[in-house]
Design a protein around this ligand. Structure first.
Ligand SMILES: CC(=O)N[C@H]1[C@@H](OP(=O)(O)OP(=O)(O)OC[C@H]2O[C@@H](n3ccc(=O)[nH]c3=O)[C@H](O)[C@@H]2O)O[C@H](CO)[C@@H](O)[C@@H]1O
Ligand SMILES: C=C(OP(=O)(O)O)C(=O)O
Length: 434
């Protein structure tokens, strides 16, 4: 198990380049399999989740290669297996996107119920009900979803329950090659959904309205390979903004889309940060003092993202006063016990946390419970007195490439201790689920 040793108390300063979005890259990699021929995907972040998706697509018969600089070439010509291996799918939630791909291309899919971060119960019932509405027959057997559409999928109106991101993505993949028109009502409006639609349209699909609540997909007979650069990772960007704020530093982010960060920026400004544009795709954040307390409620986009809940609470644990955070998407409080070990005063009551800001945190050995919870503990360690040792950092590697290197470039002092793998090479590291 790898761990990060964080020496706290250093102000972050300088510039950092934000990667392409993991949550765009994963569905777009699956979408590339809808066409025969080589699609070229740029700005694919070399996180371990991306490695996992590449391994799954290869197991299905596809070819996937990476070159330095984040370019990934995917060829769906030899997609022929319809069964995805449990050992890979259990590692991350987004593996389930191959279900939409397989149903669209092969008319059958056998995919295990997926894993992902342990954020409470995370069923895929909305996905499966959506596939059924498009004409698939589904049963669960030995932990697998067995789905078949021998007469093909047929487009029709589908109400997406709870505006689920994963369901919207999977139904867009399935509907792209279906006969007729699918209309997704109450679709997720996340920028990653719009990015997937942009790639599908480059492949010759007819998708309209993505990014809004109604997405229309007119099925086409075939798709062709395409070239696409994924959007910037708004969660990585938000994490670095909090890193700057929690160390009372001044950091410029490059390659970001400020529009995708509006809800988080509003809260950071309310907490006392100064945020300004630093070019067309760059943002600067400076913070001089302890944060003011906030009331935060997570919500689907364009609301405050659940993926930034934990980093935000790390910041608020040092606020001058009492903050509340209400989590409305997942059950995401396992990191709280670890923050308490560092001296944070947090009480959790159902889906609400009450955070009584303290003047200082102190470094401690802590365990990353999941991806963003692990990142939040590293951020708390940056501001704490002394050394914080964050264990199980494999969770963090699922969503951040070179996290500690980028923080160190800004002046942090973090060392990775990895008894198994002294050198990081994303093509060699087997990914780990939560
Ligand atoms: C790989 C990826 O992109 N993950 C993101 C995606 O997760 P994910 O796609 O899993 O999140 P969803 O939007 O689907 O989940 C929303 C809510 O619906 C529930 N639900 C969802 C599907 C289903 O079949 N049944 C069901 O009950 C979930 O448990 C959750 O309570 O969106 C989340 C919400 O923005 C983000 O936090 C995750 O980082
Ligand atoms: C929760 C996340 O990922 P997943 O949905 O794959 O667990 C995340 O990216 O924060």
């Amino acid at each position: 198990m790898a761990r990060l040793l964080v020496e706290g108390g250093r102000r972050l300063q300088g510039e950092v380049e934000i990667d392409g979005a993991k949550n765009s890259a994963l569905p777009i990699m699956a979408a590339a399999g809808l066409a025969e021929g080589e699609s070229v995907l740029e700005r694919i972040p070399p996180t371990t989740d991306v490695t996992t998706m590449a391994q799954i697509l290869r197991e299905l018969g596809m070819s996937v290669s990476f070159s330095p600089g984040g370019t990934c070439v995917i060829d769906g010509s030899r997609l022929r297996h319809h069964r995805a291996p449990y050992d890979l799918v259990r590692r991350m939630r987004a593996s389930f996107y191959v279900a939409g791909l397989l149903l669209a291309r092969l008319g059958r899919a056998e995919v295990p119920l997926p894993g992902g971060c342990a954020l409470g119960s995370r069923p895929v019932d909305f996905h499966m009900r959506g596939f059924e509405q498009l004409g698939a027959r589904i049963r669960i057997e030995h932990g697998y979803m067995i789905a078949g559409a021998p007469r093909g999928l047929h487009g029709r109106p589908v109400l997406v329950e709870r505006a689920s991101v994963g369901t919207t993505v999977n139904l867009m993949l399935a509907a792209a090659l279906a006969e007729g028109t699918t209309v997704l009502e109450n679709a997720a409006r996340e920028p990653e959904v719009a990015d997937l639609a942009a790639f599908l349209n480059r492949m010759g699909a007819r998708v309209n309205g993505a990014g809004g609540p109604t997405v229309t997909i007119e099925g086409v007979r075939t798709l062709h390979p395409a070239r696409h650069a994924v959007i910037a990772d708004r969660v990585e960007a938000g994490t670095f903004l909090v890193a700057a704020a929690i160390t009372r530093g001044e950091v410029t982010l490059r390659n970001v889309t400020p529009e995708h960060l509006q809800a988080a920026l509003r809260k950071l400004e309310e907490a006392g940060a100064r945020v300004e544009p630093a070019g067309p795709d760059a943002l600067r954040l400076a913070m001089d003092d302890r944060p003011s307390p906030l009331e935060v409620e997570t919500a689907p986009y364009p609301g405050f993202p659940t993926d930034l809940h934990q980093p935000m609470v790390a910041l608020l644990s040092l606020a001058r006063g009492i903050s509340t955070i209400r989590e409305t998407i997942f059950d995401r409080f396992r990191y709280v016990d670890e923050l308490r070990r560092m001296g944070a005063h947090i009480r959790v009551d159902g889906q609400r946390a009450l955070v009584e800001g303290v003047e200082r945190l102190t470094g401690a050995p802590v365990e990353a419970p999941d991806l963003r919870g692990g990142a939040a503990l590293v951020l708390a360690g940056l501001a704490a007195e002394g050394r914080t040792e964050v264990q199980s950092v494999e969770h963090v590697d699922r969503g951040y490439d070179r996290f500690e290197e980028k923080l160190n470039q800004l002046g942090a002092r973090i060392r990775r201790v990895d008894p198994d793998r002294p050198a990081r090479d994303h093509t060699l590291i087997p990914a780990m689920g939560c």
